[in-house]
Design a protein. Sequence first.
Length: 74
Amino acid sequence: MRNLSDRITVNPRQCGGRPCVRGMRIRVSDVLDLFASGLSAQQILEEMPDLKADDLKACLVFARRKIDHPVLAV
């Protein structure tokens, strides 16, 4: 995903500065929670019609990038 910043935005005045989808009040964590509860991408899109399939992909890429970092052993 090239333009992750076009899909995932962070605004300190919105949702406590948590990452959101395209400036809406749909947090990345909300989307991840829906996936974690067992909903499919299609079900999420039906529940949240403002979202697009690329938004869901962006949430997953964003989360992966946040947790995929090296840990330096001392």
